[in-house]
Design a protein around this ligand. Structure first.
Ligand code: MF3
Ligand code: CO
Length: 255
């Protein structure tokens, strides 16, 4: 069952989304190439959440057969796709770093991610960031009442493929709001007109994971960090959006 949110519920998700957006911006601004560690950035996000009276939607999160997630945020560098655990790794000039933040505020959840350059990156990395961000926009564009869930993934995959990239198949976007993960699952590929009918009041997290090389992934021994199987660069962008009868509304922004 896909939950339709009331306007007052949407307002609470948007409040959580503001904190998410602020944390992502503050983390990005805190990056000092060859100096900042991923744990430094996690602490920046922790402080933003604390000041807002929010908490991490990720800390302690435990899917079946996995240890509880130990960080406040997920920070994934270069060939790491998602779910990198913050630690003592120093961000180097030329890296790309994925920042993924989910918060719960007044019992409501929002979730977003971005991938940013550390210092000066190679043109091929810059292009991956631009295409992946645009792929998210193409997906969001399809999140309208009357469309179907797979229209979103289809647009994301089509755009990524057109630029020679692949999308990760095993990890998906999701409904979000009363919980971190709700129905429906939102894959980053699909067939037009397939999947659940989208209706006004649905809130979903759309999150393309785009690889320069092959689509296959594997998990590291920490049981969390997902990397590309061929070690190619990967980028991740995510927004929590509201489906309306008109334009899709992004709930994870500061304004
Ligand atoms: N943004 C990711 C998601 O939506 C991160 C959750 S995994 C966690 O699934 F363990 F960090 F919570
Ligand atoms: Co998510």
């Amino acid at each position: 069952m896909i939950i339709i949110k009331t306007p007052s519920e949407v307002a609470k998700i948007r409040e959580a989304g503001r904190v998410v957006a602020r944390a992502l911006r503050m983390m990005t601004e805190a990056i000092v190439p060859n100096e900042s560690t991923t744990l430094d950035l996690d602490k920046v996000a922790r402080e933003v959440m604390r000041r807002a009276g929010a908490s991490s939607a990720f800390f302690g999160y435990q899917p079946p057969h996995q240890p509880p997630y130990p960080g406040w945020t997920c920070i994934s560098v270069n060939e790491e796709v998602v779910h990198g655990i913050p630690g003592d790794r120093v961000l180097r000039d030329g890296d790309i770093v994925g920042l993924d933040v989910g918060v719960v505020l007044n019992w409501f959840y929002a979730d977003a991610a971005t991938t940013v350059p550390v210092g000066k990156v190679k043109p091929e990395a810059q292009r991956l960031l631009e295409v992946s961000q645009k792929a998210l926009e193409m997906g969001i564009e399809q999140a309208r009442a009357g469309n179907h869930v797979e229209d979103i993934g289809c647009a994301i995959q089509r755009y990524s493929k057109k630029h020679g990239y692949s999308v990760v198949k095993e990890m998906v976007g999701h409904g979000v709001g009363k919980k971190l993960h709700e129905e429906p699952q939102v894959a980053n590929f699909g067939t037009p007109g397939q999947g659940a009918l989208l209706r006004a009041g649905m809130t979903i997290a759309i999150e393309p994971m785009v690889n320069i090389g092959r689509a296959e992934i594997r998990a590291l021994d920490d049981h969390w960090t997902i990397v590309t199987a061929d070690c190619s660069l990967s980028a991740h962008f995510e927004h929590t959006i509201l489906v309306t009868d008109g334009e899709p509304m992004i709930l994870t922004q500061e304004e």
